[in-house]
Write a protein that binds this ligand. Structure first.
Ligand SMILES: Cc1cc2nc3c(=O)[nH]c(=O)nc-3n(C[C@H](O)[C@H](O)[C@H](O)COP(=O)(O)OP(=O)(O)OC[C@H]3O[C@@H](n4cnc5c(N)ncnc54)[C@H](O)[C@@H]3O)c2cc1C
Length: 408
């Protein structure tokens, strides 16, 4: 345990936001200790690396900064102060050069998180950062000390400042379980309820469709719900739909589900073709061909696309070329819910920005700063989650550095 008399800053949470805060604090010459409830650091970061670690995105900074919904204004200056370029330079300095994938997403060349995390923890150790794993932060003692539940009983630390970076509430088995929300609520800190983000949506498929087509991709489709339309990919699953296009629509799906009408997603299977062109092609088909054969031959619809039309329209599937073209441009899928936090890539909700000042210090607890996914923002996949986690880690650390410098 670090000497409580000399510990300048305690960082709670050893994920991307907390480790970035620790690095920034140590670089300013402060003594730093990271407290992590799990037996090892960065478990969610490692999980993020499983499918290819998408660190950030190459689109223009102006476009990038609009990806955070209602939190765009709050995050704007923080991302401006730690940009996607800064993040790439940081990864390169850790021996992990980056490249831009075909979709504009940025990855380390190894695609993995483990070499990056290993090099990073090594560099933090060299900078004097101390690590205390299996330390579950439980709140504050009456004298203001931080209390931790550990396998050896309760431990109390008395840092001069604290950075909370305890994550959101998705994939709780990787460490971030959202239990901190109760502690902060008791302090009067404003919180928004957690909700799954970047998660699959449930659809009431027939048993036959679910069994036959689970795992089949709907490629290059356009997805519309409410006022929101986007191009992307979806994957049919036994429970409904998932994939990048669906994840990006989570906020719109959430609000449609909360509305009075049934939530209906419309899938345009051929977004690059106009209705008229689709109908003309169908007119050209051989009259003896079955409907499925016409759709396959004339429009190259895949088996899952044809089955989805039948699933959605049943006996009402139009037969006329014009009616079929209309159906192909807007296949209705009734959504019945979102999957839960357990398997959501991220969570919405958390500590509201109104409870923080511009340097990310809690109004209710001077000297305590907050960073990462525990803050109330959400973003689609594409590297936006990690970029904001890193940027807020830097910002909270700089806030703590300034605050400490102002004190006698
Ligand atoms: C499957 C998956 C794939 C993903 N892929 C990507 C991707 O490719 N690109 C991208 O941008 N994002 C991705 N993400 C999201 C990204 O991993 C998160 O946005 C990011 O890890 C958030 O960083 P954080 O430091 O705020 O929180 P976390 O990484 O969750 O870290 C918080 C840490 O705090 C610890 N903690 C919590 N409570 C306490 C406590 N009371 N005491 C002590 N410690 C505590 C936790 O154990 C955890 O280690 C993915 C997520 C998942 C689940």
């Amino acid at each position: 345990m670090s000497d409580p008399k000399t510990l300048a800053v305690a960082v709670i949470g050893g994920g991307p936001a907390g480790l970035m805060a620790a690095e920034t604090l140590a670089a300013a010459g402060l003594s730093v200790a990271v407290y992590e409830r799990m037996p090892s650091l960065g478990r969610r970061f490692l999980m993020a690396g499983r499918g290819g670690l998408n660190l950030t995105h190459s689109e223009s900074l102006a476009a990038f900064k609009t990806r955070y919904g209602a939190a765009t204004a709050a995050l704007d200056p923080l991302i401006e102060a730690f940009t996607p370029e800064d993040l790439q330079a940081w990864a390169t300095a850790l021996g992990q050069e980056t490249f831009v994938g075909s979709s504009g997403r940025i990855f380390p060349r190894s695609l993995k998180a483990s070499p990056l995390l290993r090099a990073w923890i090594g560099r933090l150790g060299e900078a004097g950062v101390q690590f205390h794993t299996r330390h579950d932060w439980t709140g504050w003692a009456p004298d203001g000390g931080l209390t931790f539940a550990t396998p050896d009983g309760e431990v109390v630390a008395h840092p001069s400042a604290t950075v909370l970076a305890v994550g959101g509430a998705s994939w709780p088995r990787l460490g971030a379980n959202g239990a901190w929300a109760k502690t902060l609520a008791a302090e009067g800190v404003p919180l928004a309820a957690f909700a799954p983000a970047n998660v699959g949506a449930k659809a009431a498929w027939s048993a036959d469709f679910a069994v036959r087509f689970a795992g089949a991709p709907l490629k290059a489709v356009a997805l519309t719900i409410g006022e929101t339309t986007l191009r992307g990919e979806a994957l049919v699953t036994a429970y409904g739909l998932e994939g990048g296009g669906i994840y990006a629509l989570t906020p719109a799906i959430r609000s449609a589900l909360a509305g009075p009408e049934p939530a209906r997603l419309h899938i345009d299977l051929r977004p690059d073709m106009r209705r008229g062109d689709l109908a003309s092609r169908l007119i050209g088909g051989r009259s003896g061909d079955s409907l499925s054969n016409r759709l396959r031959k004339m429009l190259k619809l895949s088996p899952v696309e044809i089955a989805l039309l039948r699933e959605a329209f049943g006996a009402d599937l139009p037969r006329s070329p014009v009616g079929l073209a209309e159906a192909i441009k807007a296949v209705p899928v009734r959504l019945t819910g979102l999957m839960g936090l357990e398997r959501a890539i991220s969570s919405a909700g958390g500590l509201k920005f109104e409870g923080l000042d511009a340097r990310l210090m809690l109004q209710a607890r001077p000297g305590v700063f907050a960073a990462g996914e525990m803050l109330d923002w959400e973003a689609p996949t594409g590297g936006y989650l990690l970029q904001a986690s890193f940027a807020t880690g830097v910002a909270a650390a700089r806030g703590a550095i300034n605050w400490l410098a102002e004190r006698p």
